[in-house]
Design a protein around this ligand. Structure first.
Ligand SMILES: Cc1ncc(COP(=O)(O)O)c(C=O)c1O
Length: 502
C-alpha cells in the first residue's frame, strides 16, 4: 500500500499531537532524501537548487481553481536572484524531505522526530493573569524599545535561575537573546571568520551546526564516550588543526543531556575537560538548555561554575518555561559580553522587551522551581516509556543511550541499516524520527537515529517505537534476503530546518 493510501485510510487518532510543524521541520532539515516525494494524492513536489518550487492541486474543478486563494499552479522557474546570494548562504537549502515531513506531521503519524517541549502542564491562568497585570501596569514600557543587553530585571532573574546550578553570576555579564539559538548565532558571529574551526561533540546539535555553517566555520567533531567528550581526543584534534594552520575558535559542548545523544558528562569528565581547555587555551561554549531537566537526581556542576573566565554559557527558558517567548541568554566574560551586546544591537536593536517582562513576571508570580519539578515528572514518565518500549521491541543488535534527563535517546541500528534511506518507509508506516546524519558535519550518522520522547504521550511513544521496530525488522529481512545494497555513502547534512531543531 502506498504512503498516500495508508495515510488517507487511517483514521486520525484523537490521542495524538495537534501536529505543529516544528519536529517536522527539524527532521526535514535533517535528512537527505533526493527523490521527489509524493506528499498526498494531489501534490507532487520537486526541489532543485536554484529552482523555486510550487505545488499544484490537480483535482480541482475550473471554478475551484479560479476561486481558491491558497492553491498555486505548477510554476517551476529559475530563481532570478540565484547569482546574487552571499556565498555563505549557498549551503543553506531547503530539503525535499520537508515535503515528507509535511505528511509525517499528520496526526496518524507518531512523530518521535521533533524536540518540542510539552508545555501542556503550564498554568495558563496564572500566565494570563500575570500578562494582564503587566499590560495594565507597565504596558507602554513593555511595548517600547529596550536595552540591547536586555532588561535589568530579567537579567537578575536569569542569575537566580543559574544559581540553582551553582553559577554565581553578575547580571551585568548577561546578554539576553531571542532564545539560546540567537546566542549561538551571536557567539559565532563575533568569533568566527570563514574557515575558522569550531570543535564540537560527535554527534552535535543540528541547529548549532547550521549556525556554524552559515558563518562558514569548519566543524571538527571530537570523540565521545558515555561520559561525554574525550579530553584526549580534544587535545589531538586541536593540535592537529593548529599544526595544519587552522584557527580553532572554541569548543561547543552540551554537557547536560545532550541533543541529540542524551549523554551527560560525568563530573570528573567536566573537570578534566575544563582543565584540558585551559591547557589548550581554548574557549568553551557551554550550551545548557536541558540542565534543570535532570530526571534522576540533582544537576551536576556546570563548566561555567568551574571555569568562569574561560566559558561562555548559554541558557534558555524554552524548556523550563515556554519556547514561544523566545528568551535565552549568554553569560560571558566581560570583554566577550561587550561584543555580544554590540552584535545583538546590530541584529535586533534589542531583544523583545515584552517577552522579557513576561518571563520575569512569570518568575516572580509563580513557583517556577515547582513547575520544573512538574515537567521533570512528566518527562521521566515519557523517558521510561521509551526505554522500556525499546527494550521490548527493538531488533537484536540495536543499542541506545539511557539519558538521565533532557528529551532524547540516540539509537545505533544494526546490520548496516541506513537511517536516512529508511525514513520514507518509516513515515509510510506512520512513525517519524530524525536520522543521525543531521547531527554530524562530516556525513556520518547513517547508522544512528535520534528519538525524542518529550512530546508524545507515553502510550503514543510505545506505539511509535513498536512501529519503528517493525520497519527496521523488515529492512533487515530485505537485507538478509537480497544482500546489502550498495551503500548510499555519506549523506551531506541537510541545512535549514526550522525551529527544531529542537
Ligand atoms: C542544544 C540546544 N541548544 C539550543 C537550542 C535552542 O533553543 P532556544 O532557542 O529555544 O532557546 C536547542 C533547542 O532545542 C537545543 O536543543
Amino acid at each position: 500500500m502506498s504512503i498516500t493510501n495508508r495515510l488517507s485510510q487511517t483514521a486520525p487518532d484523537p490521542q495524538v499531537l495537534p501536529a505543529p510543524s516544528a519536529g517536522a521541520r527539524e527532521a526535514a532539515g535533517a535528512a537527505a532524501a533526493t527523490e521527489p516525494v509524493r506528499a498526498g494524492s494531489q501534490h507532487l513536489i520537486h526541489t532543485t537548487p536554484g529552482i523555486s518550487t510550487k505545488s499544484e492541486r490537480t483535482d480541482m474543478t475550473p471554478h475551484e481553481s479560479q476561486t481558491s486563494h491558497h492553491q498555486t499552479r505548477v510554476d517551476t522557474t529559475f530563481d532570478h536572484f540565484h547569482d546574487l546570494y552571499a556565498v555563505r548562504t549557498l549551503g543553506l537549502k531547503t530539503s525535499p524531505v520537508r515535503a515528507l515531513f509535511a505528511v509525517a506531521n499528520r496526526p496518524e503519524v507518531v512523530s518521535l522526530a521533533g524536540g518540542m517541549p510539552n508545555i501542556a502542564d503550564l498554568p495558563l491562568d496564572v500566565v494570563g493573569d500575570a500578562l494582564r497585570e503587566l499590560i495594565g501596569t507597565r504596558g507602554t514600557q513593555a511595548m517600547q524599545y529596550g536595552s540591547g543587553q536586555g532588561e535589568p530585571e530579567i537579567r537578575e532573574g536569569i542569575c537566580q535561575v543559574m544559581s540553582v546550578e551553582g553559577i554565581d553570576a553578575d547580571p551585568d555579564d548577561v546578554t539576553v537573546t531571542c532564545g539560546s539559538q540567537q546566542a549561538l548565532d551571536l557567539v559565532t558571529r563575533i568569533f568566527c571568520d570563514p574557515g575558522d574551526v569550531v570543535m564540537a561533540e560527535s554527534p552535535s546539535y543540528v541547529g548549532a551546526l547550521n549556525t556554524f555553517a552559515s558563518y562558514q566555520a569548519e566543524v571538527i567533531h571530537v570523540g565521545m564516550d558515555e561520559q561525554g567528550i574525550d579530553p584526549q581526543s580534544l587535545r589531538e584534534q586541536v593540535s592537529r588543526a593548529r599544526r595544519a594552520g587552522k584557527r580553532v575558535k572554541f569548543l561547543y559542548t552540551i554537557p547536560n543531556h545532550s541533543n541529540p545523544s542524551g549523554i551527560s558528562q560525568s563530573e570528573q569528565r567536566r573537570r578534566e575537560l575544563v582543565e584540558e581547555a585551559r591547557h589548550l587555551d581554548l574557549l568553551i561554549v557551554e550550551d545548557n538548555p536541558y540542565g534543570l531537566l535532570n530526571l534522576d537526581g540533582d544537576p551536576l556542576p556546570t563548566l561555567r561554575s568551574m571555569s568562569p573566565d574561560n566559558v561562555v554559557y548559554l541558557g534558555s527558558f524554552s524548556k523550563t518555561f515556554a519556547p514561544g517567548f523566545r528568551v535565552g541568554w549568554a553569560l560571558a566574560p566581560r570583554f566577550v559580553r561587550e561584543r555580544l551586546v554590540l552584535a545583538q544591537e546590530s541584529a535586533t536593536l534589542c531583544p523583545p522587551v515584552f517577552s522579557q517582562f513576561a518571563v520575569s513576571t512569570y518568575l516572580t508570580h509563580w513557583d517556577w522551581r515547582k513547575q520544573v519539578r512538574v515537567f521533570i515528572d512528566m518527562y521521566r514518565e515519557r523517558r521510561d516509556a521509551m526505554l522500556s518500549a525499546l527494550a521490548e521491541h527493538m531488533p537484536e543488535g540495536t543499542t541506545w543511550t539511557r539519558p538521565s534527563g533532557g528529551f532524547f535517546v540516540w539509537l545505533t541500528v544494526p546490520g548496516g541499516l541506513d537511517s536516512a534511506a529508511m525514513l520514507p518507509r518509516a513515515v509510510s508506516d506512520l512513525v517519524a524520527y530524525t536520522p543521525g546524519t543531521a547531527f554530524y558535519a562530516d556525513g556520518r550518522g547513517q547508522e544512528n537515529i535520534r528519538l525524542s520522547y518529550c512530546y508524545p504521550t507515553p502510550e503514543r511513544i510505545r506505539v511509535g517505537v513498536d512501529r519503528l521496530a517493525g520497519v527496521m525488522r523488515r529492512e533487515l529481512d530485505i537485507r538478509t534476503t537480497f544482500g546489502v545494497a550498495a551503500s548510499s555513502g555519506p549523506h551531506p547534512r541537510d541545512m535549514g530546518p526550522g525551529p527544531d531543531s529542537v
